[in-house]
Ligand binder design. Sequence first.
Ligand code: PGA
Ligand code: ZN
Length: 415
Amino acid sequence: MNQSFEITDADASLIFDSRGSETIEVELWSEKTSARVAAPSGKSRGSNEAVPFPPRGVVEAVELFERELKRRLVGFDPVDQRGLDMVLKEVDGTSNFSRIGGNLSYAVSAAAALLAAKLTDTPLWKYISNLSGIKPSFPLPLGNVLGGGAHAAEGAPDIQEFLVFPAKPSTAEDAFRTNIEVHRRLGRVLIQSVGGYGGGKSDEGGYAPPIEDKTALKYVAEAARGLDVGLGLDVAASTLYNPQTKTYVYRNRGVQRTTREQFNFIQELVESYKLSYVEDPFEETDFESYSELCRAFPSLLVCGDDLVVTRKELVRKAAERRSVRAVILKPNQVGCITDTVEAAVEAERHGIVRVVSHRSGETCDAFLSHLAVGLGGRFIKAGVVGGERVAKANEILRIWRKHRSELAIKEVASA
Ligand code: PGA
Ligand code: ZN
């Protein structure tokens, strides 16, 4: 017989993220226990994402929660994830959570999943794996060692993120150690080589030196030398793109590139630096250029973030057009766990790699780590250093230590 449970009380409150910006956390109670989840907040957002907050910000989200949502949650069974997410959509009444805010709805939805996992005595990652029907996996850390674009000050690279991942770690600890070692070496190299640079960092904890994109890649490659790591980029090309002139504007360098020039530039970077992973190399409506890049590099992990925004139908479109080999999953992009799971299932169905990702504005909440394991993520993209980034790494280590027999180590090595 299925036991039923009940949410007995619910709270939403304003908190601060790693940038000092306001965000929201939600706590749900049952008779036995409680669960709290905080929403992160992005800065380089896709235009099809859920709107993070109502027009008057977090304060309005809290007011709406008190006025309209709370009474719908009290008495609800948190195990009914789909039903609960329907309530969130119904109360919001828009197609992109623009009334109550995707961050409020995500925090409620995730807190319900966490509460349900606790009440059913199931590890959260396993609860999520059960919801999705996807085999859980140990995700490799994909981390930002150098940052630019919207995440850094003027003068830093125009490309948003320079990423590394351990190619074949033998233990979970080594996986994280490797990225940390690249970050550490890179700091030394940059401070020695870039005149006047004192080691300032980007929003996600990568270094943000005043150098151009190719020089940045050269230093990252140098820091990674001798270590078994893959290199990648998140170009976040929608933030560079000017739809009026139809060019990619590399503001810090005073360079503009047409779509063809952008393609050639990316191609040159992939070839020269042997990149394994490239996220959002083109603006978010240009599925065709993504497909062309996939055709040009048969094993390159071409990844869509703003292109698919964790939406099942956009994942399907990208898969059908063979535009991507990987997709970013950020649950607050779509505003609830059910839709995040559906996007992951769609990716799995098409053999597309899942990259479960943080946002640039984060908290120490580690729900994301369970999501990465439970959705069979090949990667967890959560930065390398900084308390709010390391919180995700440490949670992965805890899961690994307790459940390693269910997450075989060969999955680390074979990823
Ligand atoms: P955001 O960007 O969290 O600032 O939106 C991260 C990314 O583009 O991957
Ligand atoms: Zn991205």
